[in-house]
Ligand binder design. Structure first.
Ligand code: HEC
Ligand code: HEC
Ligand code: HEC
Ligand code: HEC
Ligand code: HEC
Ligand code: HEC
Length: 352
């Protein structure tokens, strides 16, 4: 490359000299001007590009998996109001991590879904260090206020946590039928991604009932910074673009569990598959039972699965909240079976 440049310079030089000599009486060429400043990347930057943009297919492989993830395909990056863009757009997320605010200053132009730049520090130093994460700090939950340190998964729970909601729930140990919660928004509840709250077993409506509020083994073993929580199960060894790695999927679209992500603790693949089927079956049945009770009381729309605004008495608002919390967690009990199950069983008892 360098040799070619010298060659081109020599040829150009000869041409200019040749032309100059034809013109006759021009003076000799002046002194060489000062060297211009280096571009913003400098020499160091250009050298390090190859760490990522070499021929290893590293970016291509992660890109391939990512393109099959719901982060890329879900289409919900169109939720661009200032209080939605903080989780639903890449630029809005980076803005709120920088400002600490819970809204963006304005809707985002060209809103992008979660992508390489959302989670990694791409092109900040132009070296391999840029695989570092954009958000590594422990997360103080917006609802409940507890601070969680999930290691690498602090990134995930910055978005996969409960959204704020009003009005507040009643105190489950004192609520009586003369107390009401006036729900005006049909979307009342923790919103669609409360996984970061379910795994550690927090902030459900803990009404007393037949079951104690305990956590499953996953809470102690995975909801901490040693095991990186979410990442262990959702980013296990990639199975092409079906599950694992940057697909962020545990179970493929064809319903196959990536047992490579479980093997360290569940050595027999068929056993863990059976465990999932059993626990998900139990949670599905209890969700259906609680839904029927809420619908019968006119508190839940059976078609949209949203709240029917109005004055909820006693434990009704809490039971609705628990129904939304467990169903929106979407693991159907895998994240924290004991906690999810107790919320449902006790809510059912409270409404009967
Ligand atoms: C930490 C790894 C890493 C390093 C080092 C790196 N890049 Fe990138 N680069 C990426 C990733 C990841 C993307 C995004 C890929 C995509 O979205 O298609 C990207 C995208 C690009 C693009 C596509 C346009 C864009 O901006 O999205 C260009 C051009 C580029 N890089 C040039 C460079 C140059 C030049 C250097 C060195 C000065 C460099 N990169 C260093 C990881 C890196
Ligand atoms: C910037 C916010 C943000 C971050 C950071 C984030 N997510 Fe997400 N995640 C979302 C949003 C929003 C969706 C829904 C995307 C859509 O439907 O368009 C989603 C979707 C998902 C889905 C698919 C959900 C479904 O219904 O199929 C999984 C699984 C997931 N995220 C896991 C993770 C994991 C694991 C991490 C950490 C490595 C993470 N997410 C980091 C916001 C985020
Ligand atoms: C705390 C971060 C956060 C905020 C703030 C937030 N969302 Fe979400 N939202 C998520 C996550 C995470 C998901 C994906 C959950 C999943 O699929 O498991 C999601 C999913 C959704 C979905 C898809 C639901 C589905 O089942 O496909 C819609 C619609 C949505 N959000 C609308 C909104 C709107 C509108 C706002 C603003 C009023 C908003 N969200 C604010 C995190 C957030
Ligand atoms: C939602 C957040 C998220 C997004 C989006 C994301 N990554 Fe990652 N990435 C992670 C996490 C978390 C890890 C660590 C996984 C682990 O430890 O097993 C990681 C690891 C990596 C690694 C390994 C880094 C190392 O130090 O060896 C590479 C390379 C990588 N990602 C590239 C990409 C590229 C390229 C894109 C865009 C196509 C991308 N990532 C998008 C969260 C994300
Ligand atoms: C013990 C392994 C495990 C851990 C840890 C874990 N998940 Fe999951 N997660 C699952 C399984 C299994 C499902 C159910 C997948 C299904 O039924 O399609 C699931 C479902 C989900 C879903 C619904 C979309 C989907 O892929 O089906 C999201 C979003 C999600 N988890 C996010 C998270 C987040 C965020 C964390 C960290 C707070 C986390 N998970 C921790 C195993 C795990
Ligand atoms: C860090 C260790 C660890 C990992 C990783 C792990 N598990 Fe577990 N899991 C356990 C332990 C310990 C138990 C409790 C003992 C038992 O029931 O086998 C358990 C229990 C369960 C249960 C029953 C929950 C209950 O309380 O009844 C399910 C379902 C489950 N695991 C699914 C999974 C799936 C699916 C994966 C992989 C995607 C996974 N686990 C990954 C440690 C782990």
């Amino acid at each position: 490359m360098k040799n070619q440049m010298i060659l081109i310079c020599c040829l150009l030089g000869a041409l200019i000299l040749g032309l100059a000599s034809c013109e006759g009486d021009q003076g000799p060429i002046g002194p060489v001007g000062p060297v211009g400043p280096n571009g913003p990347m400098g020499e160091l930057g250009t050298q390090h590009c190859m760490e990522c943009h070499g021929s290893s297919q590293l970016i291509t492989a992660k890109m391939y998996q990512y393109e099959h993830s719901v982060h890329a395909t879900g289409g919900n990056n169109n939720h661009n109001a200032t209080n939605c863009a903080i989780c639903h757009t890449s630029q809005g997320f980076l803005e709120r991590i920088a400002t600490g605010a819970v809204v963006t200053a304005a809707p985002i132009n060209d809103p992008l879904p979660q992508n390489c730049y959302t989670c990694h520090q791409i092109h900040r130093t132009y070296s391999e260090a840029d695989w570092g994460f954009t958000q590594t700090q422990p997360v103080t939950l917006w609802v409940g206020g507890q601070t969680l340190d999930f290691g690498k998964a602090n990134l995930c729970i910055s978005c996969h946590q409960s959204r704020t909601y009003t009005p507040a729930l009643l105190n489950p140990s004192t609520a009586s039928n003369s107390d009401t919660v006036n729900i005006t928004n049909a979307r009342y509840g923790p919103h669609h991604g409360p996984q970061g709250v379910m795994l550690p077993g927090l902030n459900g409506y803990e009404v007393a009932g037949p079951l104690p509020y305990e956590n499953s083994a996953h809470t102690a073993l995975l909801a901490n910074n040693i095991k990186n929580a979410c990442i262990v199960c959702h980013m296990g060894a990639a199975q092409a673009a079906e599950s694992g790695g940057h697909t962020f999927r545990v179970i493929s679209e064809l319903d196959v569990i990536n047992t490579a992500a479980c093997v360290e603790c569940h050595p027999v693949a068929n056993d863990v598959k059976a465990l999932v089927v059993d626990r998900q079956g139990q949670i599905d049945a209890r969700l259906a039972e609680l839904k029927a009770l809420l619908v019968a009381r006119g508190r839940l729309d059976p078609v949209t699965d949203l709240a029917k605004p109005g004055k909820f008495v006693g434990h009704e608002a809490g039971a609705l909240f628990n129904y939304k919390f467990v169903s929106e967690d979407k693991s159907r009990g895998v994240h924290n079976f004991k906690y999810a199950n107790a919320l449902l069983v006790n809510s059912i008892a409270a409404l009967q």
